[in-house]
Design a protein around this ligand. Structure first.
Ligand code: MN
Length: 262
């Protein structure tokens, strides 16, 4: 395997949005330790839904951590900040060199369809891509519990393949894993993001001082009937792999917008 410093052992930056103590990041690190040097830089507390937020109005505290797992000693930094803070800090401050890949996850819950855009897990990988590093986000299709270890072989295969074939600048992979046992994973399918939205509703509650507060709830609405989406692949037991990029430009609108002659 060729790496950015020419050694055989790639340097893998691991982050997430569920927090450094979440089971998913431990599973991801355990899966990848056999194929690279993993360095974990992750939020000290859960940051799900943080999307691409960064901390700019107060200092970011960070603490070195080291813990023993069944696979070996994991080294890292726990950051009181967002997933994107973690990736930026790791690359600027904590890593001995530019990593060969940024991986994020394994998230508790799918980051498919429109969930992709709210996800701190995806944004950690997206930040890697913006900084010119190959990046992959991993999420498990289970909102609670689930088997984070069933996909180990696939995770290693994906990460090895991406290191050997770096992604074009600005592109990342969004990988969603079905919550089934290893032998029931059908394989990997390249998909596109399903069109969808959340039908929002908020619950109004009253705090002890008699002031109202609101808690977001909502219902997920799939607006996409295509057979080639992330949602369909996941539902059928495939690992869904969607290439993403940070350029949000609606390129197909360029001409019609020009034609409006503002
Ligand atoms: Mn999360």
């Amino acid at each position: 395997m060729s790496t950015t410093n020419g050694t055989d052992r790639p340097l893998i930056l691991v982050s997430n949005d569920d927090g450094i103590e979440a089971p998913g990041i431990l599973a991801l690190t355990n899966a990848l330790m056999p194929i690279g040097d993993c360095f974990v830089v992750a939020p000290s507390e859960e940051q799900s839904g943080a999307s691409h937020a960064i901390t700019i109005r107060h200092p970011v505290r960070a603490k070195s951590v080291s813990y023993q797992t069944e696979v070996g000693q994991i080294k890292g930094v726990s950051v009181k900040g967002t997933p994107v803070d973690c990736v930026k800090l790791a690359i600027d401050q904590f890593l001995p060199r530019k990593p060969d890949i940024v991986v994020s996850g394994i998230n508790q819950g799918p980051n498919a369809a429109i969930n992709t855009i709210y996800s701190g897990t995806v944004s950690a990988a997206l930040e890697g891509a913006i900084l010119g590093i190959s990046a992959v986000a991993f999420s498990l299709n289970a909102w609670n519990g689930g088997d984070f270890d069933a996909s180990q072989e696939y995770i290693r295969r994906i990460v090895k393949t991406v290191i050997a074939n770096p992604l074009p600048p600005g592109v990342l992979l969004n990988v969603n894993i079905p919550d089934v046992s290893a032998e029931h994973i059908k394989g990997i399918k390249v998909t596109r993001q399903a069109e969808s939205r959340w039908q929002e509703s908020f619950e109004e509650r009253i705090d002890p001082a008699n002031r109202p507060y609101y808690w977001i709830t909502g219902e997920f609405v799939n607006l996409d009937e295509g057979a080639d989406t992330d949602l369909v692949a996941l539902a059928e037991g495939w690992i869904s792999m969607t290439p993403l990029r940070p350029d949000l430009t609606a390129h197909d609108m360029m001409q019609s917008l020009k034609d409006l002659s503002f």
